[in-house]
Design a protein around this ligand. Structure first.
Ligand code: FMN
Length: 272
């Protein structure tokens, strides 16, 4: 049951929901939009009908328009978004402090709005939500890697991990997580339509909203390889399901660095 309900006292019969439904299952019945019972299974659960309705007449999936934020005039100015996108930096110096749990929850909840292929929405956010847990993970990863280096068992092409370990052993300098107090890993069932894009898009959403909130982030390929490829026991300990694709990792926390201006990159554009 998808619970498609139209409040007839609010519906203007504009047909907006009919026109916008990507599954094309909404039709006018006796003058009002409706979904035939046999078509309900084709619903994408995308909520376009609820969000496109200008008068807030449509509810679906138990969700009412009042639970949404109205968008009239609500988007930030393009220049502000551009500043965020150009000003975002990989942060590699962090304060040794936890994020406010309410802020962390908010960042994750907003990142949960990222699109996913066929709207499967199966991305799982595995988050190290406390700096002491992060310290434990750091020790676990570093000691696992120390063992691999001692056993001369680093796979070909990953010999540079030996340098990271030597820095860790000499001075406790953490090249892998950059001393971040938190880590986020996105994973998704391998069986969904597009697990890797879904995971990467979710992290991009997280990163931009985090940085808009003064939270530093860094995409963490070194952590991904360490946890997913070199130390499967750590992946298991973190509870990433066996049938999930490990999408990517991102370290984050309050930055101990402030950037004063945007970077100046170009784009490789190929016009056809
Ligand atoms: C897929 C991916 C993996 C990355 N892995 C790491 C990493 O493990 N450690 C790190 O310090 N930076 C990592 N980075 C950050 C890049 O080095 C960084 O994006 C690049 O140098 C440009 O700097 P900026 O992000 O500040 O613009 C990664 C970036 C991407 C996109």
């Amino acid at each position: 049951m998808i619970n498609f309900i139209v409040d007839q006292s609010l519906c203007t019969k504009c047909g907006g929901c009919v026109a916008d439904c990507p599954a094309m299952i909404i039709a006018m019945e006796s003058g009002y939009p409706a979904i035939a019972a046999e078509k309900e299974a084709a619903c994408y659960n995308c909520q376009h009908c609820l969000t496109v309705c200008p008068t807030g007449a449509v509810s679906i999936l138990g969700l009412k328009p009042a639970g949404s934020r109205t968008l009239a005039g609500g988007y930030p100015a393009p220049d502000n978004v551009e500043m965020l996108m150009k000003g975002r930096r990989s942060v590699r110096r962090y304060k040794d402090e936890n994020l406010d749990p309410a802020l962390l929850q908010h960042l994750l909840e907003v990142a949960g709005h990222a699109p996913s292929g066929m709207n499967t929405r199966q991305v799982r956010f595995t988050v190290v939500d406390d700096k002491d847990k992060m310290a434990k993970l750091r020790e676990e990863v570093m000691s696992g890697l120390v063992q691999i280096v001692r056993d001369n068992a680093l796979p070909e092409g990953l010999s540079y991990y030996a340098d990271f370990i030597s820095m860790w052993e000499k001075s406790r300098f953490d090249v892998i997580f950059r001393g971040a107090p938190h880590l986020l890993i996105t994973s998704a069932p391998k069986s969904v339509a597009s697990p890797l894009p879904d995971c990467l898009i979710a992290l991009s959403y997280f990163e931009l909203f985090a940085q808009a909130n003064g939270v530093g982030t860094v995409w963490n390929g070194l952590a991904k390889v360490a946890i997913n490829d070199l130390l499967p026991g750590v992946r298991k300990r973190l509870g990433i399901p066996d049938d999930h694709l490990f999408g990517y990792a991102m370290a984050f926390g309050r930055p101990a660095v402030h950037y004063a201006r945007t970077a100046q990159h170009g784009a490789i554009i190929h016009r056809v």
